[in-house]
Design a protein. Structure first.
Length: 339
C-alpha cells in the first residue's frame, strides 16, 4: 500500500512519468512498480497513455478533467513546429494521449499551421487546443484570403464549391514550388473528424461514420480548420500514408479516393466528367466513390472510363458504392469500350 501512495505522491509532484522513472524514483524494480501501477489503474486513480514500451502514467482527474491552450501567432517568420511544441508543453500531450495519437497530432498541427503561414495571406493566426480523457481537438483560424477562394483564383474555377472537390483529390496546391498539396488530404484521413470552413462553405471529413459532407454555413472570413481525434484512437499516421503512398509505389502519393458526390448527385455531360478527372492523371490508382450519386449519363461514363483510360493508361480507375443504375451504365461503357 505504501508503494502505491508513494507513486501517487510522485505523480502529483512531477506530473506524467513512465515506468522506468517511477521505479527509479522509488528505488524498486520495474516489476514491483508495474504491479503497483496496475492496482492503481484498477482503482481508477491512475491513467495510462501509450503502448507498452512508451507508456506513461498520470493521476486521474475528475470526469471534467480538461487542459486547454490558446495563443495568437504572427505568421511572418513563424515555424509551424513551434506551435506544436508550445501546445505540447502546455497540455502535457505525451502523458495524455497514446503515442500513435501523439504522432498524428504532431503531423496535423504542423501541416495546418503551415497552410496558414504559406497560403492564407493573413498577418496572424489563432491556435487553440484542448484535451481531456476522451478527446483531443485543435482549431487553426486565420483571416486571410480563404482556403477555397485561393484555389478558385489559382486554377480559374467557377466556384468555391468546385474548389472543395479539387482540394480532396489530394495534390491541389497554389504553391507547387514549395508544397505537394498533400497536407489537407492526409490530415483529413488521419482525424476522427476534420472540418475545413471558409466563407460560406464547410467541408467535413468524418472517419468514424466514413463519409464526407459539404455544408452551407454563415459567412466566415478567412479559414478555420477543426481537428478532432480520440486520445486512444488505434489509427496510425504510418498506416494512413501506406494506404495512399504504399511501398509498391516507392512511398510516393500515387493512390487517391475521390468522393464524386461533392461534385454533384447526377452527372450527364462529358464536360462534367472532364472537370471530375482533372488532375487525377497524377495518380496510378484512382478510386471513385459514387456514394449518394443517383445517376450518370452515357457521355459522362464514356469520358471517365474509356477516354480518360485510353489517354492515361498508367492511371487505373476503379469504383465503389455505385448504385445499380450507376453500375449498369459504367458496365455498359466498359464492356463496349473496345468495340
Amino acid at each position: 500500500m505504501a508503494t502505491r501512495e508513494n507513486i501517487v505522491a510522485f505523480l502529483l509532484k512531477r506530473g506524467p512519468a513512465n515506468g522506468r522513472q517511477i521505479a527509479a524514483h522509488l528505488g524498486i524494480s520495474r516489476q514491483a512498480a508495474n504491479k503497483a501501477m496496475q492496482a492503481l489503474m484498477l482503482q481508477s486513480r491512475v491513467l495510462k497513455s501509450g503502448e507498452t514500451r512508451g507508456a506513461s502514467y498520470r493521476l486521474a482527474g475528475k470526469k471534467t478533467d480538461k487542459a486547454a491552450f490558446s495563443r495568437r501567432y504572427p505568421l511572418k517568420g513563424l515555424r509551424e513546429d513551434m506551435v506544436f511544441q508550445d501546445s505540447d508543453l502546455a497540455l502535457g500531450l505525451r502523458g495524455r494521449v497514446a503515442r500513435n495519437v501523439y504522432e498524428i497530432i504532431s503531423y496535423a498541427t504542423s501541416e495546418m499551421v503551415n497552410n496558414a503561414i504559406d497560403h492564407s495571406g493573413s498577418g496572424e493566426c489563432h491556435f487553440a487546443a484542448e484535451v481531456d480523457q476522451a478527446k483531443f481537438r485543435f482549431v487553426v483560424r486565420d483571416r486571410g484570403i480563404g482556403l477555397f477562394r485561393s484555389i478558385v483564383d489559382k486554377f480559374g474555377l467557377d466556384s468555391e464549391t468546385q474548389a472543395v472537390g479539387e482540394l480532396l483529390k489530394g495534390k491541389t496546391t497554389t504553391m507547387p514550388q514549395r508544397h505537394s498539396g498533400e497536407g489537407i488530404f492526409f490530415t483529413s484521413k488521419a482525424a476522427d473528424r476534420a472540418a475545413f470552413r471558409s466563407h460560406s462553405l464547410c467541408l467535413i471529413a468524418d472517419n468514424i461514420v466514413k463519409d464526407v459532407f459539404l455544408e452551407k454555413r454563415k459567412f466566415l472570413s478567412g479559414t478555420e480548420v477543426l481537428f478532432e481525434i480520440s486520445t486512444h484512437s488505434p489509427r496510425k499516421i504510418s498506416r494512413v500514408f501506406a494506404r495512399y503512398a504504399p511501398e509498391d509505389y516507392g512511398y510516393k502519393f500515387q493512390r487517391t479516393s475521390v468522393n464524386v458526390k461533392l461534385f454533384g448527385s447526377e452527372y450527364v455531360s462529358r464536360s462534367e466528367a472532364k472537370r471530375l478527372m482533372t488532375g487525377l492523371d497524377k495518380y496510378r490508382e484512382i478510386v471513385l466513390d459514387f456514394k449518394d450519386v443517383r445517376s450518370v449519363g452515357q457521355g459522362f461514363a464514356d469520358e471517365v472510363f474509356r477516354v480518360f483510360g485510353s489517354r492515361y493508361p498508367g492511371s487505373a480507375v476503379t469504383t465503389e458504392n455505385a448504385n445499380k443504375a450507376v453500375a449498369a451504365m459504367i458496365k455498359h461503357v466498359v464492356d463496349n469500350r473496345n468495340i
